[in-house]
Design a protein. Structure first.
Lengths: 424, 424
């Protein structure tokens, strides 16, 4: 007797777990629909170089990659953006711009070190291609918030923390960060608030090659924090005014959309991935208990790198795992199964035949119907009906068949109604 | 500039392709709902031995397997039944029987030889666990047919071909097939109609070890074909009467369900997989143009083999690829995208702000709404509205903002209605 189990880090979705997943997916799809995004999908397995070429170092270290039987280097997709960029690039000419697409891929990562951590999750990906203006940035932030609101979360629960790599680049260059060390600086800054300042200072010095004065200036920028404070201190620095004005326009649009209370500027949001080029954002629970629920931003150069087609683009990914934890924490995960509309109980063998006929008719009308697949006592059948969440129960016995009338019992209220069998 | 493409045998689902896939999935889910089946899912990656232990030779030859970075032998799932059996086995005690579950996994296979063939597909899996009687077999056949009917197929389009391994075992033993060569005999018979009789005869002799007289008897059984002819010739053979009666009961139930016209006995249906133990079936297009749309059957011993829990079980898998080909052939694939409920066009910058406010309100009411993310002429916006399938268009200019009234134009009819902006 063999005893099998799932691989470490992979989830089984029993019907109750699946129902929660379906609840989240349904909010994602409904928000995307309201915003006019179309669903697409790509393969869960891609050529390894799709990821090694252009993604950030962190993604590549965690790749679930292998050599297939044909000697090809392949990887289970760790993120959707490279697939998205590949697909858009292949048909860029014929697709109407801006392209508004979304997908709900299962993503994979392999970390040898961290046991107990999931190696797969589902992620809602929403992207717009072909639009440079900040109205597009506001649009993707808004659709992310729409889904969270559909799930019952409010301004009191979640916050969008947002920055702009173009602004930060101007400020960091001003602080003395060499142009070719910006990514190293972002990577160090990305850890702010999560690791000791001392460690970040050290990384800025050793990895980004900054002198002590530059490090001090970098820390000053991040301590100012507020957009207005940055404006006061740095508006005259070359290129900064333009970036501040762009961010101001973004916030005006977000206000127009009624979402101002959800969104806040935070210069420490830089995002780990190398390919971001503009506004970047993450969504967190306000209390700061959970990891980020969602992260995204503008990646205006990735499409050209992946597919040779130069088009501005932006989007985000929202995973199912942290979101589910937050919903559970707020009591926002619906309980109980779907149940069924009818349970038809049969007294004897002849009535079982009637039940099959009636069940087929009700099902073809769109009702969900269950009945016992084997002969059973009426009491056992009623117990089964109850356990399976039947909303209405009908008992069919010889009398009912003779008279052609049955009693339909509403389980929630106990109300009973006589109905002609052929009208059921 | 790197140019990437998807791996051979893997599909990209652009929005139009995704819509067809969603149309099929939606029929699968609706049929399952009507029959009271609950959705589950398992990991796309499983331990290799889950498949090598118990599945048929054909599945294992085509496994998409590899060694992961932790040195573990793993495989992308080639079929769902082993995962299903593993999951049910792990919680068999607490799950209400009969268990009625379904899933829509993406499945994978790797064949080195056949280029151009798909290496992934989606498959609707429906299973019942804990019920021995043929009413359960009828139930799974019926839910498969419900989905096909929801997609617009009829008795004129599809047929369920069905046999019973228990009956065939009795007949083959009678014909002189050794008990330990039954699987080899099934594997040879499975090719009937697809390869020359001479080849099958040879396989029965060499692989199943039959003498010429036994081979003749095996061919006689399959030539008789009809259940009534088999009854006339073999009813007196030990154990055959019982099996014939069971099949007769199955057909009576299918008739009660109004599905008699869909289902026909066919002794050549044996199914490739080793684990089937009772009624087996495949669904084909009547004209015999396509490969099987669906295949399944009873596998009463698999759960014990996989999980140590002894429970009768049965189910089927229906793939998306052949089904889509058949639907396309019959003109049953819906054309056109979902479109959007509203397209809001703005004349100037001030009206763009109004449009954002109105769009947010309409979206929160459940409407799908698009507007231009950049300033554009009204003509360009109306063209965009048309291209994106907007059902209603509203133009907001200075006059509309002043008067507080807009004109809502229904694109299908050209009908126009004046509506107060705040009531939109």
């Amino acid at each position: 007797m063999a005893q099998h189990s799932s691989l470490p880090g992979f989830r089984d979705f029993y019907p109750r777990d699946f129902a929660t997943r379906a609840h989240i997916f349904s909010a994602w799809r409904e928000a995307a629909r309201r915003f006019g995004f179309e669903e697409y999908d790509g393969p869960p397995l891609e050529a390894l170089e799709l990821y090694t070429d252009k993604s950030g170092e962190e993604i590549v270290r965690q790749l679930y990659n292998f050599v297939d039987k044909g000697g090809r280097e392949v990887a289970l997709r760790p993120e959707m953006t490279p697939t998205f960029a590949r697909m858009v690039g292949a048909r860029a000419g014929e697709l109407r711009k801006p392209i508004r697409w979304f997908s709900i891929p299962q993503l994979f990562r392999y970390e040898r070190t961290q046991r107990g951590r999931l190696r797969e999750h589902f992620q809602w990906n929403v992207d717009i291609v072909g639009e440079e203006g900040v109205a597009a940035d506001a649009e993707v932030v808004a659709v992310a918030l729409e889904a969270l609101c559909l799930l019952g979360l409010t301004e009191a629960d979640v916050v969008v923390r947002l920055s702009d790599r173009r602004l930060m680049e101007r400020l960091l260059l001003h602080a003395g960060v060499p142009a070719d060390q910006l990514m190293a600086a972002y990577a160090a800054i990305d850890k702010l608030g999560r690791v000791e300042e001392r460690v970040i200072r050290e990384r800025l010095e050793t990895e980004a090659g900054l002198g002590p004065a530059s490090v001090d200036e970098v820390f000053r920028i991040f301590r100012l924090g507020e957009l207005s404070a940055l404006e006061g201190a740095y508006r005259e620095v070359e290129g900064v005014a333009e970036e501040l004005d762009r961010l101001a326009e973004f916030f005006r649009i977000v206000d127009d959309m009624g979402l101002g209370g959800f969104v806040t500027f935070d210069p420490t949001i830089v995002r780990g991935l190398a390919y971001y080029t503009g506004i970047v954002f993450e969504i967190f629970d306000r209390q700061g208990v959970f990891r980020a629920i969602c992260g995204g931003g503008r990646y205006d150069t990735l499409l050209e790198a992946v597919s040779g087609v130069s088009l501005p683009a932006l989007g985000f990914g929202m995973g199912d795992v942290v979101l589910k934890e937050l919903l559970a924490d707020r009591g926002l995960v619906p309980e109980g199964g779907a149940g069924v509309d009818f349970y038809l109980a049969a007294v004897g063998e002849e009535e079982r035949r009637v039940v099959r006929r009636v069940a087929s008719r009700l099902r073809s009308q769109g009702y969900s119907v269950l009945y016992s697949l084997r002969p059973a006592g009426v009491r056992a059948q009623l117990k089964d009906a109850d356990a399976r969440g039947a909303r209405r129960v009908v008992v069919v016995g010889p009398d009912e068949v003779r008279s052609g009338e049955v009693v339909v019992r509403e389980m929630a209220t106990g109300a009973e109604e006589r109905v002609r069998l052929e009208e059921l």
